[in-house]
Every structure is written in structure tokens, then in C-alpha cells.
Design a protein around this ligand. Sequence first.
Ligand code: ADP
Ligand code: MG
Length: 652
Amino acid sequence: MQALANAGITDISGLLNYLPRKYINTLSPLPISQVKPGETCLEGHLLATPTLQYYGGRSMVRAKITDSSGVMPVIWFNQPWMAKNLKKDQKVLLYGAAKRFKNGLILQNPKVLHDKGVIPQYKPLPGLPSKVFSNLIDQVISSLDKIQDPLPEALLQEYHLCGLHEAMLYAHRPKNMDQVQIAERRLAFENLLFFQLAVSSQQADNAAGPDMRKAGFKSDDFWEMIPFKPTGAQRETLRVIYEDMKNPVPMRRLVQGDVGSGKTAVAFGAAVLAIKAGYQCALMAPTELLARQHHNNALKLLAPFNVSCGLLLGGMKAQERRETLEQIADGTCQLIIGTHAVISKSVNYQNLGLAITDEQHRFGVRQRQSLAERADEIIPHILALSATPIPRSLALVLYGDLKISVMDELPPGRTPVKTRIVPESKRRDLYQYIRDKALSGEQSYLVCPLVTDSEDADSEKKSAVSLFNSLMASSLKEVGLALTYGSQKEEEKNRAMEEFYTGKASVLISTTVIEVGVDVPNATTMVIEDAENFGLSQLHQLRGRVGRGDKESWCFLLGEENERLRTLTGTNDGFEIAKKDLEQRGPGELLGTRQHGRMLNVYGINDIRLVDETSSCLEQIKNDPKKKEIYEDLKKTALERFEKAIRITGLQ
Ligand code: ADP
Ligand code: MG
């Protein structure tokens, strides 16, 4: 079936692994008096037959239900048949979202259910009615005994896990929420175990790496030829990186440093050593915007080193691309900067010695790894840069064994960004502020959220575009407005950024494409629309786009004041913020489980305790000679699974 194939579901196991994204539990409806805002299940009688009204073409059915504890108003929009189907005194079981209004809570657009139970909710597959999908699952579940359990019985017992058969039954057709939990634990355990196994077994033991001693170049030699004095953290980090790279074992190092801590200069420093030692260096950035910016910076900063730099992007002209590819193949091009185009199969490096990924958490595992697998004989050194700090145990799961350097120091002369939460009612004042700033020569960003849970991939574009259009009709137009978003045409994107870089446009309206890396010191105001839609770390990253010069900078978060957003007004410390984010939303969110931007999506990763449990389980199997056979079996499955998981989640 095409709809299934489109979602990467090509066999029974694929179908079974298409797990519900949540469950509706109607086993124990809540007394009306205890309902709070949010999703809820209620059971009661209708006080009267529902009424149907029309407002400007929209229908509205109103009803009230009552139980022994209270009365709850109910509204259905655009479901006129509800008025016909429901009668006074009828007993109903409802599931929906209670929302707070002036006069109290109202249950909006609830589903009317027939039986109590636990109902799995799947992410809809475009082109496949949920009924059809549900029937398919039923069919598959009834023939489930054909599926083999990849985990050995002994392991299941030791870690109190249910078998795969049970897990699938419980996940897709649970009788209660306990079963859901049992299934989730088992499936997440399995997934985390295989994921780690796959990641770790792709790391070659004792492999030879490029030896860069012969360059006879020290990290302090690099800093001497750079126009600024390094921070202590930059100096120390680069020193350690040079030590690693002068060792003929492939380096695997992650540099974690807050926004603006100067990771790029450190990366360039590493690149120079590789190039001095006669190797090529590839630098992969998550967006074209950032790749271009790195390329410009490299041309400036690395001029004294006579490095030849190439830029490789997805949407390049064929002729240009061919020339660059030739120069990469014959070694003329020493530093290759680009998006994931730098790891595409058509790129043949003459001798890649160092692979750098910037903002590495934005890439899929597969991409990071294939950069390492590019080299034929020697494995290049790997350097990853990230502004998002993650716990060590998680880093181990995601990247296998790597060393971490923390850069906890900002270059001097930064003015900390001040942050304020701004209610919608102050929007006009905000625009006035932006206008005043523009007239005095300072620039602003206006960022719109991505609506990631929407089926409509273009909703991202719409929100930025519609804001842009409405501002073009306002007096802000005079100060120069530019618009950019991910799916924009290449030339338009370039033009917008050019206008903002050169100051022709004072205001840049965009989506989160500017989240990472963009560096325009003259920009002093960051406005984030619907701030509540973003993760804290993401907001912090966005805020890091301003405060890059010596002028006072502000970040305005549009939205309702709440505790989460107040974290940002209280601190500018990215590590502190990441910790809060981790507590509140789990690491999956922190790293971005969104499909957008090729991020990671590892089932179970939000459960830090399970991450720890599975990683020690793996260690144990690995180190026990009696379990060698089990280990080899699991490893085989892990590698098969890993490839497939990558296909399904679209990491490639
Ligand atoms: P990030 O760590 O967020 O990637 P960047 O590498 O983009 O930060 O650096 C932010 C800005 O700070 C850049 O304009 C860079 O040139 C500048 N910078 C980096 N290191 C120093 C330093 N030691 N002194 C002064 N400016 C620096
Ligand atoms: Mg950066």
C-alpha cells in the first residue's frame, strides 16, 4: 500500500513498530468537580438536548453534562450532527480538552465514546484512513506469534522485561495503562540497547588515524596569527585537540560551549593543523546559511595561513559544483565547508584528515557517522561542536565513546542580553521600539515558530510569511524588511540574508533557520513570537543571535508569563537553561525529536534511567566472555535494525 510505503513501512515488523503516539484512557472518568484544564475523560448525563446554532457559516453545538459532582458545559464546533445524535438524559462518555474561559471550564470538541478502555492514538498516515490502519493492526496482531523475539530469554528475566509478543499486544491493544507501561519499557529497552550497540560497533577499535605531529605546529602558533586573543577556555580546548590530533588514533571529541563562546575559531584552529600536516578538512554545518557564514569567516580568519577553502552546498550550479568536486578530489581544495552535501557519495576526498560537525545535535547519527566512514584507509579525526550540553550518559548512547571539552567562558566585551516577556497587548509598543532602534541604526530579528505537529509541512512558511505581509502593510516597512525561511528559493534566501548582513534591511523576519550560528553584531533586538512553542535551549540559542557587539541588546518573548519562560529572564547561562529543559521536557526534546532539520529520534531516549540501565546492560554483555554468542547475535540485529530505523525516521 502506497500510504504505508510513504511512511517507510514496508513489512509487518515495520507496521508493528509504528507505535501509538499516545493513549486515550477512558477506564476511569474524572468527577466533573475535579476537572482541570487539559485532556480529560468525563462520564455523565446530558442535562438537555444539545442546541445547534450557526455563526458566520460555523456551526456550534452546545450541551451540558452532569454527574453527581457538578455540571460541565460542552461545545462542538463544526459537528452539527451532534445536536441530532444526542438527547436529554442520555448517558455519555466524553474525551476531550477542557479549556478555561471567563466563566469557567468548557469541554471542547470531545469525542463521544461507546466503550470504556484504552484507545491507542496513531499519528495519521496521509492517504490512509485510521479505520483501515486499525484493521491492519488487528490482522497483524492476531498472527503475531510468527515474530521472533530478538532478546534472549535470560535477558528478559534479568531485566524484568516482557516478551516481544506481549509487548506488541500491549502496545497496540492494551487493556489498561499498566500494560502500556510494560510494553513501553520493553520496547524502549530493546531500542536503546540496539541503538547503542549499533553506534558502538560502528566504531573501529584500534584503528589508525592521521598523525599530525609532522606539521610541527602548536596551538599557540595558531592564536598568534588570529586578530583576537583567545579566551582561556578556547586556548585550553585547542591545546587538547592538538594533543589528540598528534596521536595516530582517530580523535572523537565533542566541544560543548555556550552560544557565542567562540567554538568556530577553535574549529578553524583544528583545521589549520590538519592542513599544515598535509590533510584535508571538512566542516559540516546544519544550514546553508551557516555554511556560507563559516566560509566567509574562514576566508578572512585563515588568510594568513594560505588555506584554500571550498564551499559545497546542495543547490549549487552544476558547473560550479563540478569544479569544486575536482578540486576536492585532487587535493587543491584544503578546507571544504558545506551542508550535508560534504558527505554525499559524489564527494571524493584526496585525503580527509579531520571532519568537523558544527551544531552536531542537529544532524542525524547516520550523517555524523558517514563523515567518519568517508575515508578509505585511515579514519579521520572527528570534532563535533555543540551549544546544547547533554548529560554524559546520553552522549555515550548517542555518539559512542567520545571525549568532551567544555568551554565555559565568553570572549570579553559582551553585553549580556536582557530578556523580557511581553504580552500580546504590548505588540504595538514593541513595533515602535523596533522602529526607533532601526532609525538609530540597529537591527532586529523577528522569529516565528514552527508548527511541528502539523501535517502541513508549509505551516512554518505561512507564519513567517503572514507576519512579513502584515508588517509590509505597516509603518515598519520604511526601515527595510527581509524575509527568510527554510523552504525558500535559494536566490531569495541569499538576497534576504544579504540585505540583512549589509544593513539594507533593518528587520529580518524568519523561522528558526537563523537559530544556529548566524552572526550579525549590529543586531541588538530579538523578538520571538509565541515563545511558548519553543524549547528553552532553543530560545536561548535564538537569543544568542543578539548581544554580539558592544551595544545593549534585548530579547523579547511574546506570550503569557509563566515559570518556564521566566527561567530565561533569570539567567543567560546556557548550561543552567539546558538543565532546566532536561528536567522539564526530557532529553529527546532538548536534542530535538522533531523530524525537522534531520534530528534524532530515538525511542526511549527521554527516560534517562532506562538509558543508564541499558548502557550498563550492554557493557555487561560485552565484557562477559560467556555471553560472546549473545553479543554477536544482538550486534547483528542491531546493525540491521539501525539501518532500518534510519530509513524510517528519515535521518539519512
Ligand atoms: P559559537 O561558539 O556560538 O559558535 P562563534 O564562534 O560564532 O560562537 O563566535 C561568536 C563571535 O565571537 C564571532 O564573531 C567570533 O569572531 C567572536 N570571537 C570568538 N572568539 C573570540 C575572542 N577570543 N575574542 C573576541 N571575539 C571572539
Ligand atoms: Mg557556532
